[in-house]
Design a protein around this ligand. Structure first.
Ligand SMILES: N[C@@H](CCC(=O)N[C@@H](CS)C(=O)NCC(=O)O)C(=O)O
Length: 224
């Protein structure tokens, strides 16, 4: 079966599916979509109009968590735990990862400083919650799991935010920091993003016309 991951260059949900494919060593192709100008072929296979979609030959599978589960059921090595209760917990923390991504969206689109700081506090609280459950070096210990595939793209945002002058959110959270560092080293996590991810994300953030956009503009002007 030929697998094609219908992708957007910056989408963290696409990255989680790509990480699972790369971890399993499954060959796959990519088809890139401009989400600001969705083509008809994409609308036809994506009922919610979102990336990712996995094409298994011609059969589309949408929703990143469903794609990850399908890949885990069909390709070794299994990334989910064998125990059903642990597996349920992993699925729950995958959903938590999506909630973190929603808060990241609210952070970079915040219209003013008060909203930005409120979203920053929410993000900090979510990472404090993670500090209490991460085993290290990965989410559930030595074995890389789908929860790790979810959080690789989450932490990648903070690499860019910090490079653009935003303060770290991870002070006093040693487990989360070590987890972030372990994920940053993982070949599948690195390869899941396009080579010019940082430049693309920086431009995307500038284009939001948000409080963060204005801070980044000032930061870039100050280092010129
Ligand atoms: N629940 C979806 C979320 C996917 C998602 O939000 N994708 C974004 C890009 S990162 C998208 O396609 N947005 C386009 C739109 O909503 O119009 C999943 O897990 O696959």
């Amino acid at each position: 079966m030929q697998l094609t991951l219908v992708s957007h260059h910056l989408c963290p949900y696409v990255q989680r599916a790509a990480i699972v494919l790369l971890e399993k060593g499954v060959p796959f192709g990519r088809r890139w979509v401009d989400l600001a100008n969705k083509p008809d072929w994409f609308r036809a296979i994506s009922p919610l109009g979102k990336t990712p979609v996995l094409l298994a030959d011609d059969t589309p599978v949408f929703e990143s968590a469903v794609i990850c589960e399908y890949l885990d059921e069909t390709h070794e090595p299994r990334l989910h735990p064998a125990d059903p209760l642990q597996r349920a917990q992993h699925r729950a923390w995958m959903e938590f990862g999506s909630a973190v991504l929603n808060t990241i969206w609210a952070f970079y689109t915040a219209p003013d400083a008060a909203a930005l700081e409120a979203r920053r506090d929410e993000l900090r609280t979510k990472f404090e919650q993670l500090e209490a459950v991460v085993e290290g070096p990965f989410f559930a210990g030595e074995r890389f799991s789908i929860v790790d595939a979810v959080f690789g793209p989450v932490f990648r945002y903070f690499d860019v935010f910090e490079a653009l002058g935003e303060p770290s959110l991870f002070g006093g959270l040693p487990r989360v920091r070590a987890w972030r560092a372990a994920l940053a080293q993982r070949p599948a996590v690195r390869e899941a993003a396009v080579p010019d991810y940082r430049e693309r994300l920086t431009q995307f953030l500038l284009d939001r016309r948000s409080e963060l956009s204005r801070r980044i503009e000032r930061q870039l002007a100050s280092v010129k």
